[in-house]
Design a protein around this ligand. Structure first.
Ligand SMILES: Nc1ncnc2c1ncn2[C@@H]1O[C@H](COP(=O)(O)OP(=O)(O)OP(=O)(O)O)[C@@H](O)[C@H]1O
Length: 140
């Protein structure tokens, strides 16, 4: 397996509940390299690009409003198998389904909310990672 990069967003619920540091610590504990990091206020344009496959869903307006509640922390993390490994560290979409020890299981306290509030986003494939890094870090 070779080195790859993934795009991580600490979402507004993770920022508000004070888990930016926890997400960074878990990346560092696994010896992933943080190759880019910034605080960024999402816009409708950024979110419609990021969630292109969800914009037609009935719950999309709720996602857009939620993702603009506070600035987020955007991170590019690099390492061997980081895309799949970090997805495992994050856990499933709904925090109530996520095991203790995962980021969503440990820090996703907004159970049962609409839209689903689940602390972080992370890319799900090399293609998604390349696409999402361009959206959030066009300067790279
Ligand atoms: N049925 C739903 N109702 C409400 N919100 C949803 C629903 N499905 C997804 N969402 C919201 O949209 C986001 C993106 O959905 P997706 O299916 O890509 O899940 P994910 O890959 O686990 O999450 P993310 O892409 O944020 O890492 C979810 O994280 C959640 O905030």
């Amino acid at each position: 397996m070779s080195e790859e990069s993934t795009l991580i967003l600490v979402k507004p619920d993770g920022v508000k509940s004070g888990h930016i540091g926890d997400v960074i610590t878990r990346l560092e504990n696994r010896r992933y390299t943080i190759t880019a990091l910034k605080v960024i206020q999402a816009t409708p344009e950024l979110l419609q690009a990021h969630y292109a496959q969800l914009v037609d869903k009935p719950f999309y307006p709720g996602i857009e409003a939620f993702m603009m509640e506070t600035p987020m922390v955007a991170i590019v993390a690099t390492g061997v198998d980081v895309i799949n490994s970090f997805r495992k560290m994050v856990g499933p979409t709904k925090p109530e389904d996520a095991m203790p020890g995962t980021i969503r299981g440990d820090f996703g306290r907004a159970w049962g909310t609409q839209p689903i509030k689940n602390v972080v986003h992370s890319s799900d494939s090399p293609e998604s990672a390349a696409r999402e890094i361009k959206i959030w870090f066009p300067e790279l």
